[in-house]
Design a protein around this ligand. Structure first.
Ligand code: SF4
Length: 365
């Protein structure tokens, strides 16, 4: 495992930590990619193997001095797109996911007809509303506790909301693996369905959906509503004193910044404001937080195709969690929490309780 002997510096690159070679850290990776872009190295399977062994966490775009500066993440995503266009990428696991998303609109090899199995009441919601709760595939099929907690909060607060009866995958797993043309058709479908609701706000409890709706959809089409992660929505309501906490949460909690929410979208403070507003809760920061947070290891197709990297990365992050002394690990992304839950099963140290910020709010209001 990781030997974390930090001074003021904390590790940032999960791929570099895992494989050790310079080519996996951003500096070497950027040098290789630049050579490919300059035509000095071929675009081949070796490049694909290197590029799909990166979690696209964006840590290097913040910390490392490479040829690409803060554009490193965009360029690494673009290289994946080019690998797919050249017929070299994505990895076989990603291809299977892409085919399933095309047919059943989710990456979990589930039937589209079961998307709302977690909440049959959703079909009774009005077809028009001010707010759409974009549930996402992970809360719909795997972390259904998060979808239920979100709906419970919306009901308790009395939000005028609806859930799309024909929501499709947001496209994040495809965009991150370079399968962009298929993702465009998903975006077009979802935008058409959202528009029909007349909503002025879309909220989501998934960091991956959030980044995709907010940052990627505008590249495909224009839309006329605002996109909020639920932690931003809750933070605003708490500031306006529209949420009343009626129970305490007397636990020490540390917060994990999901890359899609934090580094990719700059949403660092709203989840912390929400946690700090909960009576009894003590927030303890990990040393690697905000811009310097260490990824959970799940993203960019790594959990499906490079399983050891995903697992060893989450074990490294759990070591950082344990160093805080917190008994609870809260995040704001169901995909991060999915990887944390898998990691906790094999982690040898003290295992934290893994929960979403939204679930803590639901338990205390
Ligand atoms: S995006 Fe993350 S995993 Fe990929 S090279 Fe940069 S720091 Fe490493």
């Amino acid at each position: 495992l990781c030997t974390i002997g930090w001074g003021t510096w904390t590790p940032i690159c999960p791929a570099g930590e895992e494989f050790g070679w310079r080519s996996y850290f951003s500096k070497g990776r950027a040098t290789i990619v630049k050579a490919v872009l300059d035509g000095k190295l071929p675009m081949n399977e070796n490049l694909a193997n290197l590029m799909y062994r990166c979690i696209l966490c964006g840590g290097c775009a913040k910390q490392c001095q490479t040829n690409f500066g803060d554009k490193a993440l965009d360029i690494y995503e673009k290289v994946r797109e080019e690998l797919v266009k050249a017929g070299i990428g994505p990895m076989p696991e990603h291809k299977k996911i892409g085919e399933h998303v095309k047919n059943e609109h989710n990456p979990y090899f589930e039937a589209h007809s079961n998307r709302l199995s977690w909440n049959q009441e959703a079909l009774k919601l009005p077809s028009k509303a001010e707010v759409v709760y974009f549930v996402g595939c992970t809360p719909s099929y795997r972390q259904t506790n998060l979808a239920r907690a979100t709906v419970s909060i919306l009901n308790k607060i009395g939000v005028d909301y609806t859930i799309m009866s024909d929501e499709w995958c947001c496209g994040s797993p495809l965009i991150r693996t370079g399968q962009t043309s298929l993702a465009k058709s998903l975006a077009e479908h979802n935008l058409k369905v959202i528009e029909k609701t007349g909503a002025n706000t879309v909220i989501t409890s998934c960091a991956g959906c959030y980044r995709t709706l907010k940052n990627d959809y505008p590249k495909f089409a224009t839309y006329d509503f605002s996109v909020l992660h639920i932690v931003e929505f809750l933070d605003d309501l708490i500031s306006d004193k529209k949420i009343e906490f009626i129970r305490e949460y007397k636990k020490k909690v540390t917060y994990h910044d999901p890359c899609h929410l934090g580094r990719h979208c700059g949403v660092y403070e709203p989840p912390r404001h929400v946690l700090k507003a909960i009576p009894g809760l003590k927030l303890i920061e990990m040393k690697a937080n905000r811009d310097n947070a260490f990824c959970c290891g799940a993203g960019a197709g790594v959990k499906s195709a490079v399983k050891d990297l995903a697992m060893n990365t989450v074990l490294r992050r759990l070591e950082m969690v344990e160093q805080t002394g917190a008994e609870v690990l809260a995040s704001a992304c169901p995909f991060c929490n999915r990887n944390f839950l898998d990691g906790v099963k094999v982690y040898k140290g003290k295992k934290p309780e893994v929960i979403d910020v939204v679930e803590i709010v639901d338990q205390t209001i």
